[in-house]
Design a protein around this ligand. Structure first.
Ligand code: HEM
Length: 482
């Protein structure tokens, strides 16, 4: 890990344009250049071994957006499960389960769906017809983001909090710290992080005091209740998770765009459009028809498989031999490749939502599956954690470590097979998966209900939209009611 030098004369000089602050060059540009990322093998099991660690597993130029010190300072300034090795998460992935307690399907149904629907109704309102879609997405995104976390929208979200999110997403999208736009927004994030944390801290207190209307429909409420402000989810960790989540939710922009592009009239994917029409005009798309997933679930999951918005599972590595290198050694196990790997699917290139009728789920993958794989034991086993927020919900895991929820005795599993890699694998698989699937489902239903037709924006004057890490889109989609 590179520590920025404390001595002025040791700072890097003359390598970047003079308007780049020296601490930025040391803390962001330099780590970016010395980071080594190896490409891992496409996985054969829905599991990542503990040798691949999540401890400090972030592209190192991002640290300065999270911490004043430009280097990780989890103990002092707040932690997120995202950058913790399994061994530091409490027993049996405790921090992950506490995080997940705010993401279970029953909460999506009861609270988050309405918030997401409000967002889609605004995004796709009649007055937005014919206007570039993604600029409107960016404009309304902060209300949806803060509504989910702390039940704040409109005037309850201060301008500097909106600006923080905008700058954070701009850095993620443009990514390369050598560019002016990244440098400028990066320094803005650093400037606004203290006021943001102050605002968040007050909001967390108000949620704890039940002073915020709709407090039980926020992520924060479940993190407080189930972490009990203990060592695996301290108050400063809750504040930290609330803004670190910009990294996670930043992927929604690109995902929603990719979904709508595939449904679009002029540039869409024929097989996906036909499958969509057939599914929506069939029997109730929301009804479970025997398996763990409804037709709409399966359609959304298949979109996730073919779009694969997240490129790979990113881990830090131990070194066996090293002298002069930076200490940043990472490996990325690719997702798009496993999703389309013939080792896993007989028809990897077909758009076939029915594949999830047979695929194993996290609820089915217990110890009994190991013998068939020639394995004696896995590093994980089911260790249910009951929530403490008054619901009859427990978080448990498959034998591969994939965490999922069971509420009122009904499991809400995920597809737990190596050919479905879009949300990662095992102990560090995405806890926001069901929320993301539900968001896609609501988007699809809105498109169908309103008869929306998407097509290319005829204007050539298109805004650039940072829509996910390393993704900047042309604002080239418009819609109208068909
Ligand atoms: C397009 C949407 C999303 C995609 C494709 C996605 C994908 C992923 C992937 C691939 C991982 C595993 C990373 C790794 O192992 O290196 C992951 C982890 C994670 N995701 Fe997501 N994610 C999405 C949305 C979300 C949302 C909406 C949330 C929260 C509300 C979220 C929270 C997290 C967290 C906390 C982790 C770390 C889990 C752990 O290390 O145990 N993600 N996500």
């Amino acid at each position: 890990m590179i520590e920025p030098p404390s001595n002025e004369k040791d700072l890097a000089k003359g390598l970047m344009p003079p308007n780049f602050p020296a601490d930025y060059v040391e803390g962001a540009v330099k780590p970016h250049f010395v980071n080594n990322i190896a490409v891992g093998e496409p996985l054969m099991l829905p599991m990542i071994d503990l040798a691949y660690s999540k401890e400090a597993a972030v592209n190192p130029h991002v640290w300065g957006m999270l911490y004043d010190s430009w280097t990780p300072s989890l103990e002092e300034d707040g932690a997120t499960v995202f950058i913790q090795g399994y061994e530091n998460r409490g027993e049996n992935n405790a921090r992950k389960k506490i995080y997940y307690s705010a993401m279970t399907r029953d909460l999506c149904d009861k609270y988050y769906a309405d918030k997401l629907q409000r967002f889609f109704d605004t995004l796709l309102a009649p007055e937005a017809e014919g206007k570039p879609l993604m600029s409107r997405y960016l404009e309304n995104y902060p209300d949806m983001y803060w509504d989910l976390h702390v039940a704040a929208t409109g005037e309850d979200v201060p301008d500097e909090v909106r600006q923080f999110g905008y700058s954070f997403n701009t850095v993620l999208g443009y990514w390369y710290p050598t560019s002016d736009i990244v440098c400028e927004n990066y320094m803005k994030v650093r400037e606004l992080r203290a006021p943001l944390k102050e605002w968040l801290d007050e909001r967390v207190q108000d949620i704890m005091d039940e002073k915020v209307e709709g407090f039980e429909g926020t992520f924060v409420h479940y993190w407080v209740k189930n972490g009990e402000l203990g060592e695996n989810f301290r108050r400063k960790d809750i504040v930290f998770e609330c803004f670190h989540n910009f990294l996670a939710l930043s992927q929604w922009g690109n995902l929603f765009y990719q979904v709508l592009l595939r449904l679009s009239k002029d540039r869409g994917d024929q097989a996906i459009r036909e499958s969509f029409d057939k599914m929506m005009s069939g029997e109730d798309p929301d009804a479970k028809d025997g398996g763990a997933f409804s037709p709409l679930d399966r359609f959304a999951m298949e979109l996730m498989r073919v779009i694969a918005p997240n490129g790979g599972s990113y881990s830090t590595l131990q070194s066996q031999q090293r002298l002069l290198t930076s200490g940043y050694n990472a490996i990325s196990h690719p997702h798009p490749q496993v999703n389309r790997d013939e080792k896993h699917w007989s028809d990897p290139d077909a758009f076939n939502p029915d594949r999830y009728k047979q695929a194993a789920t996290s609820h089915e993958n217990d110890e009994s599956k190991l013998a068939g794989l020639g394995l004696n034991k896995c590093p994980f086993h089911a260790a249910p954690m009951k929530v403490k927020d008054g619901r009859d919900t427990e978080l448990t895991e498959s034998v591969f470590g994939t965490v999922y929820g069971i509420t009122d005795g009904t499991p809400a599993p995920v597809c737990d097979t190596a050919g479905y890699g879009s949300f990662g694998f095992g102990y560090r698989r995405c806890p926001g998966e069901l929320l993301t699937i539900d968001a896609v489902k609501l988007l699809l239903k809105t498109v169908h209900r309103e008869g929306l037709v998407f097509e290319e924006n005829p204007s050539s004057d298109r805004q650039k939209i940072p829509a996910a890490p390393r993704v900047v889109l042309d604002d080239d989609l418009v819609f109208h009611r068909g």
